[in-house]
Ligand binder design. Structure first.
Ligand code: TTP
Length: 187
């Protein structure tokens, strides 16, 4: 039995994409907001996975957490549209990095890893940023954008895992599950 400790429809779709059979449960545990990006995402992935694993024996629980990093700043989901505007204004025209942490928990055992993807965003004018915010896409996404959505016209280049940016690095997850003794090979 596998549980994805997530409320994210994107993570659910990505895990379904690789033919995995699983249930979803949402963790409401308090998350870390600041720090070194890879440490933040791995800590939060573990917080989510452990929270759900505490309720399920002999179950592989998958937790994940995504942030956008630029210089020393770590961006999670925006609080409101003003926050989304300021994040997008900062990311406009900039090379930045998207981190997703993974945590697998099975009874009292833990496996952790993270993936990082480089994203080059084109310049966005204030009018373009405001129009993008009106689509509603930014509100529940780290960094206030969804690479799989309308922002795609401003993504000049992406280096690394695409699924990592969307919220679940599938190759890293496959490898980590193998280390934990589980096969996610469903082809
Ligand atoms: C950067 C980026 C993020 N995202 C999403 C993935 C995550 O759902 C979200 C980051 O927030 P998270 O806090 O990682 O996840 P979540 O709150 O949506 O779900 P849960 O904690 O229950 O697992 O941003 C995209 O969909 N596309 C993108 O391009």
């Amino acid at each position: 039995m596998i549980i994805l400790a997530s409320a994210s429809p994107r993570r659910k779709e990505l895990l379904e994409q690789i033919g995995c059979t699983f249930n979803c449960e949402t963790s409401n545990a308090e998350e870390v907001k600041t720090g070194i990006p890879q440490e933040v995402v791995m800590a939060n992935a573990l917080i989510k996975a452990k929270d759900i694993a505490a309720k399920h024996k002999d179950t592989l629980v998958i937790g994940a957490d995504t942030v956008v990093a630029l210089d020393d700043a770590v961006y999670g989901k925006p609080k409101d549209t003003e926050d989304a505007f300021s994040m997008l204004k900062t990311l406009s025209g900039k090379r930045h990095f998207v981190y997703t942490g993974l945590a697998l928990v099975y009874n009292d055992k833990v496996w952790q890893d993270f993936a990082v993807t480089q994203v080059d965003m084109a310049d966005m004018s204030d009018v373009e940023i405001k129009a993008y915010i009106k689509t509603g896409e930014p509100m529940d996404k780290a960094g206030s954008y969804a690479v799989q959505g309308k922002i795609a016209i401003f993504i000049k280049a992406l280096s690394g895992s695409y699924s990592n940016v969307v919220g679940l690095p599938l190759h890293k997850l496959y490898q980590l599950a193998q280390k934990a003794g589980f096969s996610l090979l469903n082809i």
